[in-house]
Design a protein around this ligand. Structure first.
Ligand code: NDP
Ligand code: GDP
Length: 325
């Protein structure tokens, strides 16, 4: 049997890198869409970290350019398309709402259109987000919980989610929306709270920094490991029928508790180093997210394998190793 081809938008991001690594181990030909940058090599840092840059094929493309996306799909005829590209940082979405709407919202329609026109039998995965629940309408959020977005990012993600559902219902595309709760790893961007904290804990431990400036320490998130979560993406596209799934651990903790795990791992007391600054608060906060992954467990046989504590310690260790070099 011929090896399958997977096309990944956002392959240079955290999830794209882990997903590419997993698909390579399954024998896939992996093609990744990358934005053209003036700095050669910067974009592939995460793929380099996993040691897989030479094993994937990178092709120039942008979510804003539907013609280019159609050309890529025509050329590579992927069996599976994973749309992971986005302006993915919630805080930036207030500073760049139009760009976020275009990339994170309209960009999804661009990829769906390219699939519909050039390869309608391809299976499509959309990276939807628990941020869509925003001001939560149910204590534990599942596939049937109503949405209430609280940021331009979440509004754009909601468009992508409903576009995915609509292409499935209108054009019979095998389109799945994975509603993933926060997931992190040593490859997480430094602007996100977990990595900001693990990086600071490592630098303070090594004497390279002396404080950590934070925003809302009371926010609660359901944090899992990206390595576990990309497995759920793949499983969704292996089912008989396309559907939408919540992917989460089912446990929520405060930012404060997460900070404590990171600092205690290097033998430090966070209270001696953390300073609060209003600059890191958001115009509208998502106070708490807690996912109900029962459907993913029942249908996909998927469960989170890494605890928040294990993940944070792995991230601190990776940051210690980076900064010690
Ligand atoms: P990252 O921010 O690490 O990666 C985003 C990717 O999108 C990067 O490869 C980036 O490229 C690419 N990208 C941005 N804009 C464009 C564009 N205009 N055209 C083409 N590519 C573009 O995100 P994650 O890996 O953490 O997340 C993957 C997806 O899952 C995102 O859609 C995110 O919103 C969503 N998500 C993530 C969650 C999480 O907790 N991580 C939770 C729920 C959903 P470049 O490297 O050039 O910047
Ligand atoms: P998000 O859930 O996609 O917005 O992921 P983030 O990692 O950016 O933020 C998670 C939570 O941590 C949010 O409720 C933030 O308000 C809170 N938070 C508190 N301090 C900080 C900070 O300094 N940086 C970030 N990024 N988030 C912070």
């Amino acid at each position: 049997m011929k090896n399958k081809t997977a096309l990944i938008t956002g392959i240079t991001g955290q999830d794209g890198a882990y997903l590419a690594q997993m698909l390579l181990t399954k024998g896939y030909r992996v093609v990744g869409v990358v934005r053209r940058l003036s700095h050669f090599g910067v974009a592939t840092q995460r793929l380099d970290w996993l040691g897989i840059t030479d094993q994937v094929e990178l092709v120039d493309g942008d979510l804003l350019d539907v013609g280019g996306l159609a050309r890529i799909i025509r050329e590579y005829k992927p069996d599976e398309v994973y749309n992971l590209a986005a302006q993915s940082f919630v805080k930036t979405s207030w500073a760049q709402p139009t760009l976020t709407a275009q990339v994170t919202g309209v960009g999804v329609v661009n990829v769906l259109e390219a699939v519909r026109l050039e390869s309608p039998d391809a299976r499509f995965y959309q990276a939807s987000s628990s941020e869509m629940y925003g001001l939560i309408q149910e204590e534990k959020q599942s596939e049937v919980t109503p949405f209430y977005p609280r940021s331009p990012y979440a509004v754009a993600k909601l468009m992508g989610h409903w576009a995915t559902v609509n292409y499935r219902e209108s054009f019979d595309i095998f389109a799945c929306s994975g509603i993933l709760f926060n997931h992190e790893s040593p490859l997480r961007g430094l602007e996100f709270v977990t990595r900001k904290v693990t990086d600071a804990a490592a630098r303070i431990k090594l004497g390279q920094a002396n404080e950590l400036v934070m925003g809302n320490m009371d926010a609660k998130r359901d944090w899992g490991h990206a390595r576990d979560y990309v497995r759920a993406m793949w499983l969704m596209l292996q089912q008989d029928k396309p559907d939408d799934y919540v992917v989460a651990t089912g446990r929520t903790v405060t930012v404060r508790e997460m900070v404590k795990v990171a600092f205690e791992h290097v033998g430090l007391n966070p209270e001696e180093y953390v300073r609060i600054d209003q600059a890191f608060f958001r115009p509208a906060e998502v106070d708490v997210l807690l996912g109900n992954p029962a459907k993913a467990k029942r249908v996909l046989g998927w469960e989170a394998e890494t605890t928040m504590e294990e993940m944070i310690r792995e991230m601190v260790d990776a940051d210690l190793a980076r900064h010690a070099r």
